[in-house]
Design a binder for this molecule. Structure first.
Ligand code: MN
Length: 318
């Protein structure tokens, strides 16, 4: 899965309210875009209200959508720098190919983690032309200064820790929770969890008090500290909580992400995470000049970078 809604404006992490330093409950509307027949993508981060949660700098909830034959995912080769793309597949399948020459199908319950580092190119498409269904979360993790120029890599994680807790199946996607450690290699203190219930459930989930957190509902509805959210809303929890109360009355799925406040200002433009406009310009020029490696095996046409003139020097207005 990829950045399906192509932003044409930069996002500066410093251009939003800072981490409040205490627990809060802030409802943030995801930005919605329909990118195909009934295929809704909800972008909860970045928005003007919240650019990052820990190192998590991009939270997209894609689908669910049923598609006809030949109408599946087709995202041509495009570059990334300075981040990790973290794909959590809920329903359906996608075929990843990258400039390292790797090919990997991702299926429900699995994670694809691509570490762009100094630069990688990938393409993603439905593995067959059959009709199908697609539902996924696409997340980005900003790499800290000491790691953002590292060599690119890609890892597929088919088996993740799952803990049954008070009616929820808690999958540890990234980091450590409930005594279990996810296999994904990350470079900042952070956590990601999926909580799925088949009916009513209630739990009090321990948190790391030095992390800020946010919750995105993927299916059904859920009350978090008494605040009810459904898909399309990010509930930002702030920092300084030792636990969080989570309750639902129906089959529900939610994503909980958290991390230590990132501490570095980042600049996000198109598929690049950097620090300065000059770095973004260089990456964009390199892409347009064909300086990135190719993705073997894909028939899809490369994506064009948006005009660099759109890169403004002041914060984005959204
Ligand atoms: Mn991508």
């Amino acid at each position: 899965m990829s950045d399906l809604v192509q932003d044409r404006e930069e996002s500066r992490s410093g251009d939003c309210p800072p981490c409040p330093g205490r627990p809060v409950l802030e409802r943030i509307d995801a930005r919605q875009a329909e990118i195909g027949k009934g295929f809704v993508v909800r972008r909860a981060v970045p928005t003007r209200a919240r650019r990052m949660i820990g190192a998590w700098c991009f939270l997209d909830h894609a689908g669910p959508v049923d598609h006809g034959p030949g109408e599946g995912l087709r995202v041509g080769p495009h570059p990334h720098i300075g981040l990790q793309t973290f794909t959590w597949m809920i329903e359906g399948e996608a075929l990843h190919r990258d400039s390292l020459g790797l090919e990997q199908i991702i299926r429900p319950g699995e994670v694809n983690l691509m570490t762009a580092g100094r630069g990688i190119v990938h393409a993603e498409e439905s593995p067959t032309s059959d009709a199908g269904r697609l539902h996924a979360a696409q997340l980005w993790i900003a790499l800290p200064e000491a790691e953002r120029h590292r060599a690119p890599s890609f890892h597929h994680h088919a088996k993740l820790p799952v803990i049954e807790r008070d009616g929820f199946a808690v999958t540890v996607l990234a980091g450590e929770a409930l005594g279990e450690v996810a296999p994904a290699q990350v470079f900042s203190p952070l956590v990601g969890m999926d909580l799925t219930s088949s009916g009513s459930a209630r739990t009090r989930l321990p948190l790391e008090s030095g992390f800020e957190y946010g919750v995105m509902c993927l299916r059904g509805s859920v009350a978090v500290e008494g605040e009810t959210i459904a898909p399309g809303i990010l509930l930002y929890l702030g920092i300084g909580r030792a636990a969080v109360d989570i309750q639902c009355d129906e089959a529900t799925q939610l994503l909980l992400v958290g991390g230590a406040p990132f501490g570095e200002e980042i600049l996000v433009w198109w598929n690049f995470v950097a620090r300065t406009p000059e770095e973004i310009r260089t990456a964009s020029d390199d892409w347009n000049a064909g300086a990135f490696k190719e993705v073997p095996g894909t028939a899809l046409a490369p994506l064009n970078a948006p005009p660099i003139e759109g890169l403004r020097l002041k914060g984005a207005d959204r």
